[in-house]
Write a protein of this length. Structure first.
Length: 115
């Protein structure tokens, strides 16, 4: 069983940057995929950034060129670096990890971008 804890959500002015963290309680070195999603009230959860085990990355159209996903296996942590933030990036952000056939989600962290 792996537990994920997101942190780093904050209030930030438009144009600013944030780096979220997703810390795993176990070894994520063998994770097949790590992703960040976001969800606003009443809307579907959408994938914003993903990374698979071979290092390939994929980004949602709305964040392409502004967000970067990375991992630190020594710290069992996954990060999205979010730059040039816009008010429409305001959401709860969730970390998701696929490991040994199981899917794990974190509890979410709120990001609010004000203009």
């Amino acid at each position: 069983q792996v537990q994920l804890v997101e942190s780093g959500g904050d209030f930030v002015q438009a144009g600013g940057s944030l780096r979220l963290s997703c810390a795993a309680s176990g070894d994520i070195g063998r994770a097949t995929a790590m992703s960040w999603y976001r969800q606003a009230p009443g809307k579907q959860r959408e994938m914003v950034a993903g990374m698979i085990s071979d290092g390939n990355r994929k980004y949602g159209d709305s964040v392409q060129g502004r967000f970067t996903i990375s991992r630190d296996n020594r710290k069992n942590t996954v990060y999205p670096q979010m730059n040039s933030l816009k008010p429409e990036d305001t959401d709860v952000y969730y970390c998701k990890i696929a490991l040994k056939g199981d899917i794990y989600w974190g509890q979410g962290t709120q990001v609010t971008v004000y203009s």
